[in-house]
Design a protein around this ligand. Structure first.
Ligand code: FPP
Length: 249
C-alpha cells in the first residue's frame, strides 16, 4: 500500500472524512472502577463501543478502522482479566463478525496470533473467510490482538533478513515499501487520524511505523463512554489540521 494516501474522501456535507482512523481503546478499567464493577465489565462495554463506532465509520465513508484490543504487554495483567478479554474475543468472533459483515464491515485481526488459544485462532480464520466473501465496497475494521509496534517491526526485519539470506533480495533493494509490506498492516494504508481516549497522551507501542504522518487526537472521554458525537468532534478537529507531509503548502 502506498505510504501517502492523502487519506481523505469528501463526504456529502463537504467535510473531509479520514480514509483510515485508528483508536487505542483506553479507559475501560477506570470506567468500571468508577461504577464499582470488575474491569472486565469495562472491556465488555468497550467491545460494544467498538461495534457502534466501526459501523458508524463505515456509514460515513471511513474505509479503514483499526483498534488496539490487546497488546503484547497485556499478558502481564491479572489472569482473570486476560481470561475475560479472551472470552470477549471468542464471543465477538462468534456473534458480531457476521452481523458486521451484513452491514458491510469486514472484521480482520492483526498481530502475532501464535500464542492465542487454538479455538480463538480458528475463529479468527473463520472471520477472515467471512471477510474474504465481502466485495470491494466493504469497509475494514481491524482488531489488533497480541500486537506491539516494536514486535511488529522486529518480525518484519526478520522476514526481510530471511529473504536477503536466501539470496532473494539485495540489501540495496530494501525500500520503505519493503518494510511497510512486511508489517501486519501490509494491506492497509497508513492511518490518517489516531484517537486516544481516556486522557493519556502517549503512543503505547501502537502503529509506530505507520503513524509517521498521522494526526493525533486526544480526549479525556473513557472508551466505554465514547460516542459517535466524540468521533465527529475528532473528525472536525482533523479537518482543521493542515497536513503537509514534511512539505510546504
Ligand atoms: C485499555 O484500557 C484496554 C484494553 C487493554 C483492552 C481493550 C479491549 C476491548 C475494549 C475489548 C475489545 C474486544 C472486542 C472483541 C471488540 P485499560 O484496561 O488499560 O483501562 P484503564 O487505563 O482505565 O485501566
Amino acid at each position: 500500500m502506498a505510504l501517502f494516501g492523502f487519506g481523505k474522501s469528501a463526504s456529502p456535507e463537504g467535510r473531509q472524512v479520514p480514509r483510515h482512523i485508528a483508536v487505542t481503546m483506553d479507559g475501560n478499567g477506570r470506567w468500571a472502577k468508577k461504577r464499582g464493577l470488575p474491569r472486565s465489565a469495562g472491556h465488555a462495554v468497550g467491545a460494544e463501543t467498538f461495534r457502534t463506532i466501526a459501523t458508524y465509520c463505515k456509514d460515513i465513508g471511513v474505509q479503514y478502522f483499526t483498534v488496539y484490543a490487546f497488546s503484547t504487554e497485556n499478558w502481564t495483567r491479572p489472569k482473570e482479566e486476560v481470561d475475560a478479554l479472551m472470552d470477549l474475543f471468542r464471543k465477538y468472533l462468534r456473534e458480531a463478525v457476521e452481523t458486521m459483515a451484513a452491514r458491510g464491515v469486514a472484521v480482520r485481526i492483526l498481530g502475532d496470533l501464535t500464542p492465542l488459544p487454538e479455538d480463538i485462532r480458528a475463529l479468527i480464520q473463520e472471520a477472515a473467510e467471512i471477510a474474504d466473501t465481502l466485495g470491494s465496497s466493504a469497509a475494514t475494521a481491524s482488531l489488533c490482538i497480541n500486537y506491539g509496534g516494536r514486535d511488529e517491526i522486529k518480525n518484519a526485519v526478520r522476514q526481510i533478513a530471511g529473504q536477503v539470506q536466501a539470496g532473494l533480495l539485495d540489501p540495496s533493494e530494501i525500500t520503505e515499501d519493503t518494510i511497510s509490506g512486511a508489517l501486519y498492516t501490509a494491506h492497509l494504508p497508513d492511518p490518517d487520524l489516531i484517537i486516544r481516549p481516556s486522557g493519556e497522551i502517549r503512543l503505547s507501542n501502537f502503529l509506530l511505523w505507520q503513524s509517521a504522518y498521522a494526526e493525533y487526537y486526544f480526549t479525556p472521554v473513557l472508551w466505554p463512554d465514547f460516542t459517535v458525537k466524540d468521533l465527529e468532534d475528532a473528525i472536525t478537529d482533523f479537518n482543521r489540521r493542515s497536513r503537509r507531509f514534511g512539505g510546504v503548502k
